[in-house]
Structure formats: C-alpha cells, structure tokens
Ligand binder design. Sequence first.
Ligand code: BEZ
Length: 211
Amino acid sequence: MALRLGDIVPDFTAESTQGTIRFHEWIGNGWAILFSHPKDFTPVCTTELGAVAKLQEKFSQRGVKILALSVDSTNDHKKWINDINETQNCVVDYPIVGDVDKKVATLYDMIHPNALDNLTVRSVFIIGPDKKLKLTLTYPASTGRNFDEILRVVESLQLTAKYSVATPADWKPGQDCIISPSVPDADVPAKFPKGSRTIKPYLRTTPQPNL
Ligand code: BEZ
C-alpha cells in the first residue's frame, strides 16, 4: 500500500556514494528528505541534483539531511557527480543511493510503470524526527522540481510542529501565520503575545511566533 502522511516510513539498508546507509539510524533525531530521480546522466536530473547541492547548507542549518536515489549504481552516481559539479557549479555533498535492485524504490512505490518504464519517477519524502512521513509529492520525468518550495515546506513543517499555527497559501518565512482552529479565542492572547487579528471567527492570524 502507498505510504500515507503520518505513517512511519519504511526502514532500509542501502549502498550509497557515501557508504552504507541504515536509513532510520542515519536520520537520527533530525529531519530527512529522500528524493528519487529517474536516471543518471540525464539533463533534468542533472539540474535537480545541482539545485539541491546549492540548498544543502540551508537544509543542514534546519537540521535536515538529504538522501537522493535512483536505480543506477553508486559507481555511475560517482562519475555523474563530477558532471553535476562541473555543469551546475556546485558541490554535491549528500549521498546518493544506488538502488540497482530497486529494493528501496519498490518499498517507497517510486516506480510508476504506466508513466515511466522501470525507472523511478521524481518522488520526494519529507520525514520528521519521529520517522513519520510529513510530505510526499511525485513529479513526472519531464518536470524538474522546485527545491525552494521543498525548503519552504520544511520551514512550515518545523514551525507548525512547535506552535499552534498553520501557514497560509504562498506563505514565506516572516509572514503572518494562521492560528489553529483548535485554539479557543480565550487562549489566543496568552498563546500569541505578539497579537492576533480575527478576519472571520475561523480565520485568525498572528505574526510568526518564533521571530
Ligand atoms: C531527465 O532527467 O532529463 C530525464 C530522465 C528520465 C527521463 C526523461 C528525462
């Protein structure tokens, strides 16, 4: 069955460009992003892995580890990393799983044969310190992902895990947040000392609480 939000993600042991990874142990007490790409030495994938390399520092500052995967070998990955670094002007410093036997791809339902024969599609899994799935998305091979959006989601997930808020459409860090409907009006002043605005009884906003 497909993985659903809130599920504990499957654990696995796999070879990567940075050695053997025992996934849950590797995640440790932080956050993780596991993402698949269809194939090494392909154009869109090259730009995607470069984009992630350029954001790695920002993910790392937020306690997020990055793990990429495709069904090519770790030897191919290592050769391809040179091309990514050269063409995307970056340093890929996160591990890439060589899932030649498709063990992890199958476990995470990353192969969608009616869309792409025998290769992984562009899946993303954001996993919390509790090892539970917080977000998943799937893009086709033809469309490179927007990793700034993945970073934005991480910022929202980390904020909403700590405070009784949600983030509105197109929210960016620093902008007002939505007070969770579960917070009674009477509790709002104590919980949100920066103030609040009631637009409708069900739509209340507050400045981002942790700034
Ligand atoms: C690409 O990354 O450009 C790509 C990979 C697999 C199929 C199609 C395109």
